[in-house]
Design a binder for this molecule. Structure first.
Ligand code: SF4
Length: 698
């Protein structure tokens, strides 16, 4: 049956960092079909989310008018949004009243306590232009660097290690390079679930002969395509990776010439990994010594090897150390800087790469340039006509702690949902409830928005024009296909309006004008003018000239570090912060499901996706369920030192013995009530992937 559309608009998928290009087909201002397009990251492919997860945009739960908290609303900490009526908590307001209240509340706090009493969370789901203006507003208008976003909860540790080791936080080669690699290592990532279209390339590569090595404490679909599947003990990643490095050093599989020319710190690394013989580490990580030796040999001696990793190894208190080990593997074998080789942290949200590049980070101005460097600050100050605070700001979890310590009193949150995504969620929600002034800009009344003083109705991805940068460093154009519902406004307009009410006098003439300013302060955008993006739809940065394609592979001629060398940083063995004991004998790990995205704000309002995965679950393997005397399908209680939740018990053979897996997208079974907020000391990422828990009948 041929459907008739009013229009078909070329855009990109709003969900994961793969960045699939789409065509959005619209009838009567409603999306009726989404098709894959021939983009550089998807070649017409889409996964179930991209193809069927579009209807959240038309949900009748969309915010259509600004809301202001009623004077007689219940106390914020007492609210369970599932059982409240919106009208008991909020009243509708005009934009004029809502914006005036937003600005006045924030300015009053700045006047009384100073700029550092304010903070902002921007969004990895918004465009690059929105991210750029959001961080500029916090820095210029609030007068603080307390600005962050969900990168802190996914790859902050990877970025910290990459900046330290190779001078750039982005990937060194696209995931499509797996097709020309001889050996692909996938560690702590579940691409078939979380980057499904990328997984199709990995599977294709395996079918044509590429050797795949999958390392994950949980079994997974990609293991069916793997030469080696290493189901290591949770939390022992550094032991396993240092064992691989030991073999490469011990059996002299490293590339002496490459190291001499490009790498520093080899002597210290050699010394460190001496103590990590596979025969000693086998017991620690649960992988036979011979397997570790075979994997190390395969990686080091293949002509082209590439490593992909995800949050399975980044979300640990030793997350930065995990990435340091991977960087060391690539640097000492010279498996970097050539097609089919390199380092690729698979980025989570559709624009987490771009939002980070655009400066939604408390220690860096756009393009990862330190706020603590006076020369760099002055470059931005000249363009912005503003003074920038010389000290780094606080990160996501630190901001919540600072609210509890009465150091932060006001927040502006755009498109993020810390009431669901932060670790130790009850602590995070208590922090939001304690704020003197909270402005939330979003498309739905999220768990976070319920805490707000002012809620500003914003636009979804398919209603806006802007650029989005995927995991491959491909900057792509998203185009508007729908009009925002009711009085909902474009996020960019709301940010500019707020800035001007705070006296900043911004005069941007549309999205391209913001992008043009970004080009002035972000060298990564050189040779990629707006007109080129409109014409080509996707351009990889960096680009050497306007007429050549961008550089898919970087580090061909050394590294953008102070001395041009890659730096090896040996990693110590460090136990997870909280290990199982008699009272809490299980290991809890959290993550995603194929059908749901992040905190579920969008996908749980998508009919097809929520029908496939409709309820909060806790998963264990069937043997563990039998051992615990539980029954599949019953309600169970899962408890940690921070709280307890209930969920439906699911049997899942992929989950290891002694382990519970809970996805963090279900507000009826909120996994982050349980998680440990302890931070990696370098990347400041919490330990979502490991804490001690117990389970019982509800
Ligand atoms: Fe969207 Fe990611 Fe699926 Fe592609 S793989 S359709 S970007 S969710």
């Amino acid at each position: 049956q041929i459907k008739e559309f009013d229009k078909s608009v070329n855009s990109v998928c709003p969900f994961c960092g793969v960045g699939c290009q789409t065509t959005i087909n619209v009838k009567d201002n409603k999306i009726v079909q989404v098709d894959g397009r021939d983009g550089p990251a998807n070649e017409n492919r889409l996964c179930v989310k991209g193809r069927f997860g579009y209807d959240y945009a038309m949900s009748n739960e969309r915010l259509t008018k600004p809301l202001i908290r009623r004077d007689d609303a219940p106390k914020r900490g007492d609210i369970d949004m599932r059982f409240m009526k919106i009208e008991d908590v909020f009243r509708e307001a005009t934009w004029e009243e809502a914006m005036a209240k937003s600005a006045e509340g924030l300015m009053a706090i700045e006047k009384e306590y100073g700029g550092d009493a304010l903070s902002g969370f921007g969004s990895a789901k918004g465009s690059n232009e929105e991210a750029y203006l959001f961080q500029k507003l916090v820095r210029q208008g609030f007068g603080t660097n307390n600005v962050d976003h969900c990168t802190r909860l996914c790859h902050a540790s990877s970025v910290a290690a990459l900046l330290e080791g190779v001078g750039s936080g982005a990937v060194s080669a696209p995931f499509t390079d797996a097709m020309v690699s001889d050996c692909v290592i996938i560690i702590g990532a579940r691409p078939a679930t979380n980057h499904p279209v990328a997984a199709t390339y990995f599977k294709q590569a395996a079918k044509k002969g590429t050797k795949i090595v999958v390392m994950d404490p949980r079994q997974q679909d990609m293991m069916k395509f793997a030469e080696h599947a290493l189901q290591f003990k949770p939390g022992t990643d550094v032991a396993m990776l240092n064992a691989l490095l030991h073999v490469i050093v011990d059996e002299e599989l490293y590339d002496e010439q490459y190291i001499q020319a490009n790498v520093t710190g080899f002597a210290a690394l050699k010394e460190k990994v001496k103590d990590f013989a596979p025969e000693d580490m086998a017991e620690v990580c649960g992988i036979p010594a011979e397997t570790l030796r075979e994997v190390a040999r395969l990686y080091a001696t293949s002509e082209r090897s590439i490593i992909f990793w995800g949050m399975g190894i980044s979300q640990h208190t030793h997350g930065t150390d995990n990435s340091r080990c991977l960087i060391a593997m690539a640097l000492i074998t010279g498996q970097i800087g050539r097609e089919g080789t390199g380092l690729h942290p698979l980025r989570g949200q559709n624009n987490v790469q771009g939002a980070s590049d655009a400066g939604l980070i408390p220690m860096f101005l756009p393009d990862y340039r330190s706020v603590e460097n006076a020369d760099i600050r002055s470059q931005f100050e000249n363009v912005w006509g503003a003074t920038i605070d010389p000290k780094r700001g606080l990160t996501v979890v630190e901001i919540m702690d600072a609210i509890h310590e009465d150091k932060i009193h006001g927040m502006y949150i755009m498109g993020e949902n810390p009431a669901m995504s932060d670790p130790d969620q009850l602590h995070a929600r208590a922090a939001l409830a304690k704020l003197k002034h909270l402005v939330v800009q979003d498309i739905f009344l999220t768990e976070t928005a319920w805490h707000a003083d002012v809620v500003l109705p914003a636009s979804v991805h398919s209603e806006k024009l802007g650029t989005f940068t995927n995991t491959n460093r491909q900057i792509q154009i998203g185009r508007p296909a729908l009009d925002p519902p009711g009085e909902a406004r474009q996020d960019l307009d709301i940010i500019i309006d707020l800035a001007n009410r705070m006296g900043l006098g911004w005069t941007y003439d549309g999205v391209s004008d913001v992008y043009n300013e970004m080009m002035l302060v972000m060298p990564s955008l050189s040779n990629i003018p707006w007109s080129r993006l409109i014409k080509e739809d996707a351009v990889t940065y960096p680009a050497k000239s306007e007429n050549e394609p961008g550089s898919a592979v970087i580090f061909e001629d050394g590294f953008p570090t102070a001395d041009g060398s890659g730096k090896l940083v040996p990693a110590d063995l460090r136990a997870p912060d909280e290990v199982p004991d008699e009272e809490f004998p299980m290991v809890l790990t959290t993550g995603r499901l194929l059908e749901h995205w992040h905190t579920g704000a969008m996908t749980r309002r998508s009919d097809v996706l929520d029908h496939i995965e409709p309820e909060g679950i806790a998963a264990m393997n069937p043997y563990e369920i039998a051992r615990q005397g539980l029954v599949v399908g019953e309600m169970v209680s899962v408890e940690t030192r921070r709280g307890a939740i209930s969920a439906v018990l699911r049997a899942d053979r992929e989950v290891a013995d002694g382990m519970i897996f809970i996805p963090f997208c279900f507000n009826e079974s909120p996994a982050n009530v349980l998680t440990n907020p302890q931070l990696d000391p370098f990347g400041k990422i919490p330990e979502f992937k490991f804490c001690a828990a117990k389970i019982g009948r509800y």
